[in-house]
Ligand binder design. Structure first.
Ligand SMILES: *Cc1c(COP(=O)(O)O)cnc(C)c1O
Length: 334
């Protein structure tokens, strides 16, 4: 039996985390509005503390624990935006956080997690080895594992971004949400549908390794091969034992669209050159979906821009490649 996270849980999460996360800006995009023929707004979670919305879920999960559990500490195997968010939330709360990583994780990622005050454990040579260490710390030291998406308090926390969207843009008819494990999409869809039932919520993933889309088509969680992609924060599976996000995405999302790597690059480029925003691949997929014409909005659109944590050299390469091609595709900056 799966439990759905509802509007009431999200409203409660909001009051719990309000003074620990930013209320991020919702800004109009005149250039996308001209292209789409309807107002377009960007919800800039790329401006969230730690560089992504993940701080919302991590903070809500931490604050939902009993004092006793919180004092024993938290653990995760995520080295990406969730690990970063959990490390930060734990430090702010004065709580121990352990991030387990395999020896294959690059030094700069290890240092980034350490810099946020988390304890790093290097174990084995794979993500599975790191996850085994998480399980061991849970059973031997009583730490609490906070997973990146399939967890009720995490989903409710991510949903607070959806509440802000409907408050700042109550006329929205279409919300575009980056989709990987589905914690963000499930939470945002629950908030949006709770407040504006006729609004459409569409998930956006990359063609290369879209685990939720493959699972929705199969009618149950399935494994997909993980491939390298510009939207690296969208990589990874949804878990064959998925308890919440699969059912919520199945029931609440109106559609899922997939993007090629060059379409994602175009989204990153547009975010920087036209909107003046540094956005990582996963964060740019909503913009990319509009640019590629993969969704055809008829009314006001909100694009959730989920994060900004992209390697600087990679970002420069993508933007530069488009500058050298610029004479073939002139575009006014609106
Ligand atoms: C984690 C993440 C996503 C996907 O969130 P899910 O809840 O796993 O679907 C999208 N964008 C960024 C920047 C992320 O860090």
């Amino acid at each position: 039996m799966t439990a759905m996270v509802g509007l009431a849980d999200i409203v409660q999460a909001r009051s719990r985390i309000a003074d620990r996360v930013r209320r991020t800006p919702l800004v109009p995009s005149p250039s996308l509005a001209i292209r789409c023929g309807t107002p377009v707004f960007l919800k800039l979670e790329s401006h969230q503390t730690t560089g992504s919305f993940k701080l919302r879920g991590a903070t809500n999960a931490l604050l939902s624990l009993s004092d006793e559990a919180r004092l024993r500490g938290l653990v995760t195997a995520s080295t990406g935006n969730h690990g970063r968010a959990l490390a930060y939330a734990a430090r702010e709360a004065g709580v121990r956080a352990v991030v387990c990583m395999s020896s294959l994780v690059p030094d700069n990622k290890v240092e980034a997690v350490r810099a946020l005050g988390a304890e790093v454990r290097i174990v084995g040579h794979s993500q599975d080895d790191a996850q085994e260490e998480v399980d061991r710390l849970v059973s031997e030291q009583g730490l609490t594992a906070i997973p990146p998406f399939d967890h009720e308090a995490v989903i409710a926390g991510q949903g607070t971004a959806g509440l802000e969207i409907v408050e700042d843009s109550p006329q929205a008819e279409l919300i575009l949400v980056p989709l990987s494990g589905g914690g963000l999409a499930a939470g945002v869809a629950a908030a949006v549908k709770g407040r504006i039932p006729h609004a459409r919520v569409v998930g956006v993933s990359m063609e290369r390794g879209a685990a939720m889309q493959a699972s929705l088509l199969a009618g149950k969680p399935v494994l997909v091969e993980e491939l390298e992609t510009l939207a690296d924060s969208l990589g990874g599976g949804i878990g064959l034992d998925n308890r919440h996000t699969f059912a919520m995405c199945r029931d609440l999302l109106d559609d899922v669209v997939l993007l090629s790597e060059s379409e994602i690059a175009e989204g990153i480029r547009h975010a920087f050159m036209v909107e003046g925003e540094i956005v990582e691949g996963a964060g740019a997929v909503g913009i990319a979906a509009l640019l590629a014409g993969k969704v055809a909005p008829k009314g006001p659109v909100v694009v959730l821009v989920s994060g900004r944590n992209i390697d600087e050299v990679r970002h420069r390469t993508i933007v530069h490649a488009s500058i050298t091609n610029a004479h073939t595709s002139p575009e006014a900056r609106v």
